[in-house]
Design a protein around this ligand. Structure first.
Ligand code: 26V
Length: 851
């Protein structure tokens, strides 16, 4: 089914660009802007019958599902009515393929799905963008404002959660039968505001007015246990059955969000679990007058799906987090086991019909949980259960940072999941025995591969557990996968050298090109043909036009329009006026020391000083744009945000640098804000300490949209360089091996600062209160941590970063060369589609056929 036919319009310098200049990308005050442009697909007017039909469907939803009239409806009501009408179309698409049981399904278990808005995705994939626009316009409503009324589903922290969202969309687009399993958090990632430059967090409330996309499935409810004890019972000669008697239980209720793939060909399900108490209220207590106590137990168990943990490293070790992990993993496994038994009967054939992918170690408790379900509930032998488990599970690692590697104390595990701890001990015992049989029994070797770490109290290593339980373990970029083999998993890798494979991340082009950048998409369609919407590799055809002045002009016009729109967003949200003629230099991602926003801020300070010293040089005008959230407990990251804001205030107010340098920290970075920023970026900052960023995916989104990357040889940056070519990217700094070597040098930071007068001067100004006259010592901790430790090698890379930035300035001053590079980036990024990633997983990990 494909509803709207795309044809290239004759008039290339189309109205949408001019339109964008005049329209404010508003959105609700606290929300990200709606996409302020017409979509690239399609250009021909939709049929009037199709428009009328959808219009009537929306009106009916408004009346009968929302209970409003067009006169009383708010934008949010129009959004809900439109979403419900489109959801019906998704259900129709779903029913077209219903009835057949697929041979094999993929189950993607992820504690995070950072989805963002769904309306534009649904419209675009159903081919109904223009039909919806026209239907709403008939009713006097603008699609842009309806889109702006949809809250982001921010059920994730950053890269890992956004990757899961891209993958689920790609699987639907490739017709890979799949279910994504996660948690339906009442409150997603916190809302960030900046009070005098200090990050403040407020709860996020995406469900405040309900969620029109979801279906509640009370019939898919499972009981999840916690605590209690385990009994043994002899069932026959030599056969002992263990039974877990949990002290506490909670119900997991399925909420399904349909995910429609490209061209509406296939629909998958995102099944999110909500925790509900078995007993909503203890009536006797309530009637006895204890109204609060009567619901206390309920509040305790329902806390499990209340809030997303807002950290993407450390802070592990909290019981609620472990309960969240077990809750969603157990519900998902019970659900898929029940489905398999219903469809096939015998659980020993599970590996033939199910591939379960663990998104990081958060669902690693799946290893003992699947064993428990198979053995205790379904009577399989240990050997059969282990065979099923290790042929069904796959594990993706997303970080090697020590503080982000999950471990759980044995004490806590024994208290919360006593039966699982028994199973883990047995897995470990057999695993270590096996080492002995292979003559690898020395204490150090055994300690390094053991599931139990004994260094600081006994703890279960969840990465090791996932590794042993999985058939394949993958990293997310070539470098990251190599480092997995040579560092954290070195000894486990030696036991089975085929187990670790690489699957470089990708991004869905539907959202990160077609939806967020319709002008560029249209330009691509007009230049290389409509097939590019299905086969991104056709983008390479743009390379033939990269040096063409006319084509460059159109590419620039696209960027210019998006920069003007972003400038309006910046003005609305920060009050700062930025000039779209300037180079827009963008660093958008979680705030983390290893991502080195601080390196960028220090370079900004050095640039500020240089401009003030030589105001009459022809400086390249730049706007430095930052966006990102810090974990609420991450003191240093919050101080870096404050520094960026203080530098911004001083630089933006200084007439000496006016017209040359502006600094902006955009608050409350989100998926929808990313959709507004990325098409407007000229320069993409990917400057992590080499070896520390597993892959990055923002780097791919920005390069696809034609921002040039300034970056280190880290994560997928290396593969991006390989694709776009070394002349079309600005690489600087130490590589991963260089970082390792430098870390072993004593006092390397002091030496680097002494050798760089520019760095020393910038640090002096920051450390002496140059940006914080009200509190001159405010940033001392930042400067001190650089001088005394510099764990992230900022000082080592600073001079080369400065050099690379000046190379960027020079390149910007040669527009024909700059735009050629930008176009070549777009032309050569097709490989980074998450469709490619998903095909690779399907073939090499899941062994499912892709049509
Ligand atoms: C760890 C923890 C530790 C306990 C507290 C909560 C929590 C939450 C998340 C994590 C792991 C975060 C790992 C992560 O997000 N990695 C990112 O994954 C992206 C997708 O593969 C990748 O592009 C980024 O480079 C990588 O940092």
């Amino acid at each position: 089914m494909w509803n709207e036919k795309l044809t290239a319009p004759g008039n290339a310098e189309d109205a949408t660009i001019a339109e964008a200049v005049h329209r404010t990308a508003a959105g609700a005050p606290d929300q990200a802007p709606a996409q302020p442009f017409a979509r690239a697909t399609p250009v021909t007017a939709p049929s009037s019958a199709a428009v009328a039909e959808l219009r009537e469907a929306i009106l009916a939803k408004l009346a009968y599902a929302i209970g409003k009239t067009p006169q009383t409806a708010r934008e949010r009501d129009w959004f809900a009515a439109t979403a419900l009408a489109l959801r019906d179309r998704i259900v129709d698409a779903c029913r077209a393929g219903a009835g057949q049981v697929p041979n094999k399904r993929v189950y993607y278990l992820s504690l995070e799905f950072l989805i963002g808005r769904l309306l534009s995705d649904a419209m675009n994939n159903l081919g109904l963008v223009e039909t919806t626009r026209a239907a709403l316009r008939d009713l006097g409503i603008e699609l842009d404002s309806v889109e702006g009324a949809e809250p982001d589903a921010a059920l994730g922290n950053g890269g890992l959660g956004r990757l899961a969202a891209c993958f689920i969309e790609s699987m639907a687009s490739l017709s890979i039968p799949a279910i994504g399993y996660g948690i339906r958090y009442d409150h997603g990632l916190f809302r960030q505001s900046l009070e005098d430059g200090w990050q403040k967090e407020a709860p996020e409330t995406w469900l405040a007015e309900g969620n029109p996309w979801e279906f509640v499935r009370p019939e898919a409810t499972y009981t999840i246990g916690f605590g209690g004890h385990v009994t043994m019972q002899s069932v026959s000669e030599g056969v002992i059955r263990r039974q877990w008697h949990p002290a506490e239980t909670v119900r997991a209720v399925a909420h399904d969000v349909p995910v429609v793939g490209w061209r509406g060909r296939h629909v998958n399900t995102l099944r999110l679990w909500k925790a509900e108490a078995e007993t909503p209220v203890e009536l006797a207590r309530f009637n006895g007058g204890d109204h609060v106590g009567a619901v206390a137990a309920r509040a305790r168990v329902e806390a499990i799906s209340r809030v997303l943990y807002p950290s993407d490293s450390s802070e592990a070790g909290q019981e609620l987090r472990l309960r969240q992990e077990y809750f969603f993993t157990s519900a998902s496994l019970q659900d898929l086991v029940r489905r398999h038994v219903g469809e096939r009967g015998d659980l020993r054939s599970l590996p033939d019909h199910a591939a379960i992918q663990l998104n990081d170690t958060h669902p690693a408790i799946a290893v003992p949980e699947l064993m428990r379900l198979l053995i205790d509930d379904h009577g399989l032998t240990w050997e059969d259960a282990w065979h099923v488990t290790t042929n069904t599970l796959g594990y993706t690692n997303h970080t090697l940072l020590p503080e982000a590697l999950e471990t759980w104390s044995v004490d806590l595990m024994e208290r919360v999941l006593p039966r699982h701890m028994q199973i883990i001990y047995l897995i470990n015992w057999m695993h270590l025995e096996e080492q002995g049989r292979h003559g690898r029994a020395n204490a150090a070797q055994l300690a390094s591969v053991s599931l139990i770490e004994e260094a600081n109290g006994k703890r279960v290593r969840m990465g090791h557990l996932a590794f042993l339980g999985a058939r394949r373990v993958n990293g997310v970029s070539a470098l990251h996968t190599d480092l997995m083999r040579s560092t954290v998993f070195k000894d486990l890798h030696a036991l089975d050298t085929d187990k670790i494979v690489n699957k470089t991340n990708g991004i869905t082009f539907r959202r990160w090109l077609h939806n967020c950048n319709p002008e560029l998409t249209r330009l691509a369609v007009e230049t290389v043909g409509e097939g590019v919407l299905d086969r991104p590799e056709l983008l390479t055809g743009l390379a033939d036009h990269a040096a063409d002045a006319g084509f460059q002009a159109r590419y620039r016009a696209m960027r210019r329009a998006r920069k003007e729109a972003l400038a309006k967003v910046v003005a609305e949200r920060t009050g700062i006026a930025v000039d779209p003629e300037s180079l827009f230099d963008v660093q958008i991602k979680r705030i983390h020391e290893y991502k080195r926003q601080l390196l960028n801020v220090i370079e900004t300070v050095a640039l500020y000083q240089a401009i003030k010293a030589e105001p009459n040089r022809d400086w390249t005008p730049r706007v430095k744009i930052f966006g990102g959230k810090a974990a609420p407990s991450y003191v240093q990251a919050k101080l870096i945000i404050k520094l960026a804001c203080d530098v911004a205030r001083v630089a933006n107010d200084d007439p000496d640098v006016a017209g040359r340098l502006k600094v902006v920290f955009l608050p409350n970075y989100s998926v929808s804000l990313a959709e507004a920023i990325i098409p407007a970026a000229d320069l993409s900052e990917q400057i992590s300490t080499a070896g520390m960023e597993a892959s990055g995916t923002g780097n791919m989104k920005l390069a696809l949209n034609g921002a040039l990357t300034i970056g280190t040889l880290d994560g997928a940056n290396i593969e991006i360089r390989d694709h776009v070519g070394p002349d079309n990217i600005f690489i600087f700094g130490l590589d991963a091996a260089g970082v390792q070597a430098r870390m072993d040098e004593p006092d390397y930071a002091k030496a680097a600062i002494a050798a760089s007068p520019r760095l020393a001067a910038a640090l002096d100004l920051i450390g002496s209160g140059g940006f914080s006259p009200d509190d001159p010592n405010r940033f001392r901790p930042i400067v001190d941590s650089l001088v005394h430790e510099d764990r992230y090698l900022l000082t080592a890379d600073f001079d080369d970063y400065w050099r690379a930035q000046r190379a960027v300035d020079a390149a910007w001053n040669d527009p024909a060369a700059w735009w050629r590079k930008a176009i070549l980036n777009t032309a050569r990024m097709a490989w980074f589609s998450s469709d490619r990633s998903m095909r690779e997983y399907a073939e090499e990990i899941w062994r499912v056929r892709v049509a």
